[in-house]
Design a binder for this molecule. Structure first.
Ligand SMILES: Nc1ncnc2c1ncn2[C@@H]1O[C@H](COP(=O)(O)OP(=O)(O)OP(=O)(O)O)[C@@H](O)[C@H]1O
Ligand SMILES: [Mg+2]
Length: 317
């Protein structure tokens, strides 16, 4: 089983604690959705897993420590591939599409140039592109075609885990559907494990088995995608599901107080979300526990884990 296990992941950029104590498992062949507002740390988690951001904590793929510096660790980490939102900048415009995809091949395994070219043609076909596209430059392709080239390049490394970071955000809706269906087909055909980062909860529901909701560098709710979307337990998740945060809820703080509360490098004690929470101590003074006790600790023991002292759980759970 090549489960991906992340434990107590921390990523700091100077004083900014972009990711704080993030832990999750993605079971072999399953898909985890990662959602949360801009700046909540989703891309930083992705970058840390593939080694593009310096991090602390434990990361294992199939039991192998991928954060170590050994050759085994590096080889194992190559089985995790990241696809970015903007393929315009991730594909070198000076290269042909064939060269871009070839970059992803494992040099020791790809043999001579002719073998490599044949493998690239095969990969382009896998992402439903005509191999003749190999002679074009990325700049001459449509956004949807470019994103397929980025997927082909990621597949060239024979990954077991694919992390897709807002891969359809810059595409037209109809092209988004084509790319999403392609990813889903590839996931099933190749048995890929996926982390799918998106602002679009409908897309996450379509693509994923489990869902993690991030706020201010932490996972505040985790559970099955249906469980979290149908019965969100954390007030922040409920505000995300209400499409635009704060819609339908009393706006509790001025914009400047909100800004001060978000991304605070030294968050106050208690719950990170208490300054914005419509169910917390600002709305209900009896809920002072939110000011003093961190709700993440207790949440760890539950399958559907919401980091909230007053999580809306069905009776008896
Ligand atoms: N290279 C960097 N240097 C300094 N701070 C950074 C860097 N990259 C990200 N950050 C900060 O880390 C935090 C998390 O950013 P991140 O890009 O992971 O968020 P995100 O959830 O992916 O947001 P978005 O939805 O906008 O893509 C933010 O406060 C951001 O400003
Ligand atoms: Mg991001």
């Amino acid at each position: 089983m090549t489960d991906l296990t992340i434990q107590d992941l921390e990523v700091h950029y100077g004083a900014v604690r972009a990711v704080r104590g993030v832990s999750f498992d993605v079971a072999d062949g399953s898909a985890l959705g990662l959602v949360g507002e801009s700046g909540s740390g989703k891309s930083t988690v992705a970058r840390a897993v593939v080694g593009l951001a310096e991090s602390a904590g434990a990361m294992r793929l199939g039991g192998v420590d991928i954060a170590a510096s050994s050759r085994t660790a590096r080889r194992q980490r190559r089985k995790v591939q990241l696809i970015f939102q903007d393929s315009r900048s991730s594909l070198d415009p000076r290269f042909t599409v064939e060269q871009c995809v070839m970059e992803g091949l494992d040099r020791s395994a790809s043999g001579n140039r002719r073998d490599a070219a044949a493998r690239v043609a095969e990969l382009l076909e896998m992402v439903s592109l005509d191999p003749a596209v190999g002679r074009s430059r990325p700049g001459n392709l449509s956004g949807g075609q470019r994103q397929r080239v980025a997927i082909a390049r990621a597949l060239a490394a024979q990954p077991e885990v694919l992390i897709a970071d807002e891969v359809t955000a810059s595409l037209d809706v109809s092209v988004q559907a084509v790319v999403l269906n392609l990813l889903r087909r590839l996931q099933h055909e190749l048995g890929l494990t996926m982390i799918f980062i998106s602002h679009n909860l409908a897309v996450v529901r379509y693509m994923c088995d489990d869902l993690a909701v991030m706020f201010n560098g932490r996972i505040v709710e985790f559970g099955s995608v249906e469980g979290v979307i149908e019965a969100p337990e954390h007030p922040y998740t409920r505000s995300l599901l209400a499409a635009v945060p704060e819609v339908g809820e009393r706006r509790l703080l001025s914009d400047s107080a909100l800004e001060a509360a978000i991304g605070d490098p030294a968050p106050p004690g208690g719950c990170d979300y208490h300054l914005r929470c419509p169910a917390g101590p600002i709305a209900d003074p009896d809920r002072s526990i939110c000011l003093t006790a961190d709700p993440t600790t207790e949440a760890r023991s539950r399958a559907h884990r919401a980091a909230c002292h007053f999580a809306r759980r069905p009776a008896g759970v």
